[in-house]
Design a protein around this ligand. Structure first.
Ligand SMILES: [Fe+2]
Ligand SMILES: [Fe+2]
Length: 361
């Protein structure tokens, strides 16, 4: 393509039914399908930093389009229509962008909105708080390795559904770790070192399960083994490098990894069998649900009370904002915020947490 100004003019969040699309996307999925009369048409998932939208390229347009693949940048023109409960882009023309020099990649990569280095230093402070020398050495083998740190910071927690963006694994791991830490102040018969280590390491297999580039793909290793098995093997490998690592501690930590999805049908070869494993499972599940809800909320349009059918929840989700009776009284909100702030400060004191912004509450 010649003379193309490769700047992104529209983002997915700008679209509503009736909009005309004329902008660049990256193709995250391409499926060629057959109509009843055996003619080909194409369904594509188009992505930018705001999210993704499904597009359909009917036979005539598809026949005359450039050949493109998943991961390619394309200039798309078309109309936004309603299709079942979602928006769909009916594509009138699609052309591949061959020269990517002027592409601003950050316009197309979905990434955490939180500060990656800030979150990482919070993880490091949890690691520094671990007293057990074996667990500390194990965590240092990972978190003092530059390549691992870079991969961990960039990793996604999923292809879709929850924390499915660059930095998503770090964001999810930090919240799971924070909540687990908080629970050590609620239940007094927990081993904090084991729980925090399990929380930090529970999903590290995802670093190898997914390939996070402009689009997110599952690696061959991920397809064949999955992150639970990858994590188990990887951690065991590291444990073997640590002289005298107690067998009981090793088995317990590995059990947390193997059981953190809770049920065999959700990919856990073992179900949780002691307190720290129960807690990592419940907290992980909770944060995955909350992350999943937030993605649905973000991708929904203003004014929608219900989402379409959400596959991960197997139901529609209620998105309508709660209106409080007293919401016009300015002081009410302030009062609530003040109480939350007091509770937060109280909790921080109890847990002896570093005084950092706590996203948990
Ligand atoms: Fe997991
Ligand atoms: Fe997780």
């Amino acid at each position: 393509m010649n003379n193309l100004k490769k700047e992104k003019k529209q983002f997915i969040s700008d679209f509503k039914v009736g909009s005309i699309a004329d902008t660049i996307f990256v193709v995250s999925k391409k499926q060629i399908r057959k109509k009843k009369n055996n003619e080909d048409y194409c369904i594509v998932t188009l992505q930018d930093k705001e999210g993704s939208i499904e597009g359909v390229i009917w036979t005539e347009v598809f026949r005359n389009s450039d050949d493109f693949s998943e991961g390619d940048f394309v200039l798309v023109k078309g109309d936004i229509r309603q299709y079942r409960s979602s928006m769909q882009l009916v594509i009138n023309s699609i052309s591949k962008i061959e020269n990517k020099e002027d592409i601003e990649y950050s316009d197309f990569i979905r990434a955490t909105k939180k500060n990656i280095d800030g979150m990482f230093s919070e993880i490091k402070s949890y690691i520094d708080s671990i007293k057990n020398s074996y667990l500390k050495e194990l965590l240092d083998l990972y978190f003092k390795d530059k390549k691992f740190v870079e991969d961990f910071k960039n990793a996604t927690a999923a292809v879709r559904y929850h924390h499915a963006y660059r930095g998503g694994l770090l964001e999810h791991t930090l919240v799971v770790t924070k909540i687990c830490n908080m629970l050590t102040g609620v239940y007094d018969n927990l081993n904090r070192d084991l729980l925090i280590s399990g929380a930090i390491l529970h999903d590290i297999g995802k670093i190898r399960e997914y390939k996070t580039g402009v689009t997110i793909k599952v690696s061959d290793e991920g397809k064949l083994l999955g992150h639970i098995t990858i994590g188990y093997g990887w951690i065991l490998e590291k444990i073997k490098k640590i002289k005298g690592f107690p067998r009981d501690l090793s088995e317990r930590l590995l059990h947390i990894i193997l059981s953190h999805h809770g049920q065999k049908e959700f990919g856990s070869p073992r179900r949780p069998k002691f307190l720290e494993a129960f807690i990592v499972y419940h907290v992980d599940h909770m944060d995955a649900d909350i992350g999943g809800y937030n993605i649905i909320l973000e991708e929904s349009k203003d004014g929608e009370d219900w989402s379409g059918f959400a596959k991960n929840f197997e139901r529609s989700i209620y998105l309508k904002k709660l209106k409080l009776i007293n919401e016009n009284e300015e002081n009410t909100d302030n009062k609530i915020n003040k109480t939350d702030e007091n509770n937060l400060n109280q909790n921080k004191k109890i847990l002896n947490q570093p005084d950092k912004q706590d996203e948990l509450f």
